[in-house]
Design a protein around this ligand. Structure first.
Ligand code: B12
Length: 213
């Protein structure tokens, strides 16, 4: 498995798919494979930061990640009916990173949640409209760029100004997110990874079932 992260960070595309296939054949837990790919991606980010990789390599890594996830996704999705609750997800304005958000979505869907994916570069207004239109009780906002922290602040402020803050729980996630940012923006939860996102969703929907009684 270690080899997968290494091969990924070396951008050996065909070999990555081959190892993923081998792992799946050996019935290695899909989530472990996703973790290894994420570790490889972390290394790619480091190499980019150190100027060893250029933007083209970053983009290429994103493509390999997506393609590998296509192989794993069917095994994560267990075909459960989507009735655990409705969640809205989106990457905030100015930020187009979506690999992490998509893993969170897959994780939620495979646990029975229905997810409205607003995509990337989502303006504050669109988050507000989606909450009003869908009646969802949980929204997840993703960001990878420190420069997108203002967009997160704006989105949460817009939800407050629209008078719908009490209708929705907000979870935030992505590399620059911290407990300090959560407190400052008034977001309800912070999730470090897709497993934490699922724990939060389960908690929120258990709570709303209890409240409805
Ligand atoms: C792949 C990548 C890209 C790809 C994105 C492809 C895609 N479709 O997403 C491309 C090439 C497009 C890209 C572009 C850019 N990138 Co980039 N990118 C990365 C890289 C290498 C990996 C990010 C990633 O996908 N990680 C893997 C996923 C699985 O992890 P994750 O996103 O963290 O998600 C997990 C958790 O955070 C959490 N999570 C995520 N979202 C949410 C949401 C909720 C609600 C919850 C609960 C949890 C949660 O769960 C996920 C699963 O476990 C990072 C480096 C890094 N180490 O993070 C740089 C990085 C984020 N990029 C960076 C930069 C600078 C850029 C560019 C500005 C480059 C440029 N000069 O143009 C552009 C930005 C364009 C824009 N406007 O957004 C910097 C950001 C620096 C900063 N401090 O802001 C980084 C850190 C690289 C670096 N070290 O310098 N990038």
């Amino acid at each position: 498995m270690d080899q997968l992260a290494q091969t990924f960070s070396a951008l050996e595309e065909d070999r990555v798919y081959q190892i993923v296939d081998e792992c799946l054949e050996k019935s290695i837990a899909p989530l472990l494979i996703v973790n290894e790919l994420s570790r490889g991606m972390e290394k790619v980010g480091q190499l980019f930061k150190d100027d060893e990789y250029a933007l083209a390599e970053l983009i290429y890594a994103g493509e390999i990640f997506k393609e590998a996830m296509e192989k794993i996704k069917p095994l994560l999705l267990d075909g459960e009916s989507s009735s655990a609750g409705l969640v809205i997800m989106g990457t905030v304005a100015g930020d187009i990173h979506d690999l992490g958000k998509n893993i969170v979505i897959t994780m939620l869907e495979c646990s029975g949640f229905k997810v409205i994916d607003l995509g990337v570069d989502v303006p504050a207004k669109k988050f507000v409209e989606a909450i009003k239109e869908s009646g969802a009780s949980l929204i997840g906002m993703s960001l990878l760029l420190t420069t997108a922290m203002d967009s997160l602040r704006n989105a949460i402020m817009a939800i407050e100004e629209a008078g719908i803050r009490n209708n929705i729980k907000i979870m935030i996630g992505g590399a620059p997110v911290s407990e300090h940012l959560r407190e400052e923006t008034g977001a309800d939860y912070l999730g470090r990874d897709a497993v934490e996102a699922l724990t939060i969703a389960r908690k929120v929907f258990r709570q709303s079932t209890v409240d409805a009684r």
